[in-house]
Write a protein that binds this ligand. Sequence first.
Ligand code: NAP
Ligand code: MG
Length: 497
Amino acid sequence: MSERTLNEWQAAATALKIDGRAFINGRRCSSSSGEARPTLNPANGETLTNVAYCNAEDANTAIATSRATFESGVWSRMAPTDRKMILVRWAELVEKHSDEIALLETLDVGKPISDTLNVDVGSAVRTIRWSGEAIDKIYDEITPTSSDCLALVTREALGVVAAIVPWNFPLSTTAWKLAPSLATGNSVILKPASNTPLSALRIADLAAEAGLPDGVLHVLPGSGGSLGQHLATHMDIDGMTFTGSTPVGKKLMEYSGQSNLKRTFLELGGKSPNIVFADANLEKAASSAALAVYWNGGQTCTAGTRLIVEESILDDFLARVIEESKAWMPGNPMDPATVMGPMIDAAQCNTVCEYVAIGRAEGAKLVFGGTKTMEGTGGHYHEPTIFAGVSNDMRIAREEIFGPVLSVLSFKTAEEAVEIANDSIYGLAGAVWSRDINTAHKVAAAVRVGTMGINNYFGGDSTVPFGGFKQSGNGRDKSMHAFNDYTELKTTWIEFE
Ligand code: NAP
Ligand code: MG
């Protein structure tokens, strides 16, 4: 674990050589047009470097190379135990370069260095290692047929997979997509978000160093609306895996239908309920409620943005959460003591401000924060913000704000809490706090979400699937279940003479 100070991180940033070229066919290269666009540091608005701006021609090169590599079998038919060794080596290299990759991620995304170091890089390392280690331990099936025949059920890689990822967790979402898709033998083209391409490019270098054959992985920075759409509508891509917003996820389903019905798996937005009963450990629940909404500046798909509190403790609990919120004032992300950094860009910060205005206009009561801060840094920072007296039909309770804004609601009965929780187009995550196992488990079972915490928020690791119900998506990242998104099941039926 790195113990660097702010000054030491700043010195490391000054010394860092950032390579913004694309990664195509095992090498760094410029885009075919030669075009490159800046990627900024959200903490101060400064340009970090220019990044290759790839277009359809670059995509076609990567797709043709991926197809040829897949057909050649150099990776797709490599023994799983050998693929495992390369992925495990890759995880080790990412771990060895933890400081550098965490720094890149902090510079490019504005996330606090203590998070990128301890959470994002760690999650990437564990997921790559876990998928690699799992792949030579999965057995196929022989089905219960009569004795004159034998039926095999085997898994086959899809072929060429495109992965499109967002800017809020660039490194970990990249790893969550690449680890299982590569482990199962696919060739993969990754398009990072325009705002945050750097960590994906850097770990691609390390994949090559670990022995991943050329042509199996490509990282193409470029625009979602052009390069992303080109990939999603391409007839020679077999699978699409996506993490991002629900509106773009809907487009990807349409693109799939308009093109070749490529398998399309989506991890989308959320408006997650965090339900607190009067008998909970209120101290722990309050500090966790603040973490649930403010972590990563609220730019978290699973953020616990609807705090639903039993009426009898509402005032007391709200006071506790307000107290906890004071510890979440934003700061310089390069400072190891900072817990919340800037918003990704001016547009996102303005969206947050607009929702604060909407909440006020809707009649919710602003009880904490509510404004931009640290103006003059060149970054776009927003205070942790709380609205009380929210009803679930207000826009601030229904729409994903993607900023540090908490909406507080109340309930009288467990049934009412569940009803409020489920009254949402989303179903990504949630939590319930109670010391009564009956209440906690009944509520957890009734809330329609992909991940539910009991007396914790943000629980999970590489061993459990991650994904959404309803308009929060359909695929599952992490765990053995992720392999389903990147494979087809084949039946082979053999008859004996
Ligand atoms: P976004 O606008 O949907 O963008 C995500 C990615 O899609 C980016 O790489 C973007 O490229 C690309 N894209 C945009 N339009 C496209 C199109 N027409 N065709 C193909 N690709 C296109 O989402 P975001 O603002 O980056 O990320 C925030 C969203 O992600 C939130 O809704 C959040 O909840 C969700 N999210 C979900 C999960 C999960 O696991 N469920 C995890 C993290 C985030 P550009 O960058 O060039 O626009
Ligand atoms: Mg976007």
